[in-house]
Design a protein around this ligand. Structure first.
Ligand code: 3EB
Length: 331
């Protein structure tokens, strides 16, 4: 059995598996909470009404986990692999000198790095970021840009300039706390960039005072395995949004970006090429009515992949869709 596996479940929790071997995951829609660290995503959609989407997605490991609750983070680890979830209420940061969201983002990432240092697993591999009203402007700045300032301040303080940057996504929900899930380990990732896109951490200041802190993809190494995490990918060429207002063209451009990042990763992958048909995808749609259009294009350009849909706001107001993907192979 592989060390790490990714599973989805549509059935009741008891039927899923031995809870001790679950590292953590995501609860979708109105599913009841699990006993492992779980990020709660409210706005799940389903590709077909006959077949309801999964209630939860989770990472399973081949040995029992240990876990705890430190720095406000619910976490579990198995060997040198750790998964954690942190939820911060912006109202608790109302007295900060920065905007509450900026302060919450900085606090969240400082706490994540403190936990990882304490656990001796300093390498952040992948982060999933969700926040309320991502495109709203408050305190004279779009909220996504506030988040970017806080996130990068924490990376600078905890890890310093030139540190390895994880794969990530950042999406907006209607309301709720700042939600961050992450996976980390002892072994460093190999970051991967996209030659069609300016690296996000080098975006010009037009996109905010501090750049978004993520790599286009990351190769990560659990024992005996190679995992490819492709970050949230959108209709951006260079650093410009392209195909404003055209969801089909934005989807095609996003998928082309994913295929190019996949090629880049495959140039250095240790386990041979990852195939596009083997990608496990999640698509974030600003408007749920776009699901059939996006679903058809995903299948046309990637193959019959596993794909789940979440209604969420993409971090630029002119983007209608963002798609992330991952794959696991034995080493
Ligand atoms: C982009 O390419 C689109 O801020 O962590 C994609 C993935 C995007 C991650 C993040 C943002 C993030 O800039 C948005």
């Amino acid at each position: 059995m592989s060390f790490l596996s990714f599973q989805t479940a549509t059935q009741a929790l008891r039927a899923v598996c031995d809870s001790a071997s679950v590292l953590g995951g995501i609860r979708l829609g109105t599913a009841t909470p699990a006993e492992w660290p779980e990020q709660a995503l409210p706005a799940v959609l389903s590709a077909s009404s006959a077949q309801p989407g999964p209630l939860r997605e989770f990472w399973r490991v081949s040995q029992p986990c240990i876990g705890g609750h430190d720095e406000g983070i619910a976490w579990r680890r198995a060997g040198d692999l750790l998964y954690g979830v942190i939820e911060l209420d912006e109202a608790d940061f109302a007295d900060a000198s920065a905007s509450p969201l900026q302060a919450a983002a900085e606090a969240a990432y400082r706490r994540i790095f403190r936990l990882l240092d304490a656990q001796g697993l300093p390498e952040l591999w992948r982060a999933w970021n969700y926040m309320a009203a991502i495109n709203s402007e408050t305190h004279g700045l779009e909220r996504y840009r506030q988040f970017n300032i806080g996130r990068q301040n924490a990376f600078d303080a905890a890890r310093g300039a030139g540190c390895r940057i994880p794969a990530a996504c950042a999406l907006g929900l209607v309301d709720g706390p700042l939600l961050i899930a992450f996976m980390a380990g002892k072994e460093a990732i190999v970051p991967v960039e996209n030659p069609r896109q300016v690296s996000a951490y080098r975006y010009p200041e037009d996109y905010g005072p501090r750049s978004p802190t993520f790599s286009r993809a990351a190769l990560a190494y659990p024992p005996g395995q190679e995992v490819l995490f492709i970050s949230g990918t959108a209709s951006i060429v260079g650093h410009h949004t392209v195909h404003v207002g055209d969801v089909a063209a934005q989807t095609r451009e996003s998928l082309l970006n994913i295929l190019v990042v996949l090629d880049e990763a495959n140039r250095i992958a240790r386990t041979g090429p990852f195939r596009s048909e083997a990608l496990i995808c999640r698509a974030y749609l600003r408007d749920a009515v776009d699901l059939p259009v996006v679903d058809a294009l995903v299948r046309e350009m990637l193959g019959e992949v596993e794909v789940s849909y979440v209604e969420a706001d993409v971090c630029r107001a002119d983007l209608l869709v963002e798609i992330e993907a991952m794959a696991l192979q034995a080493r």
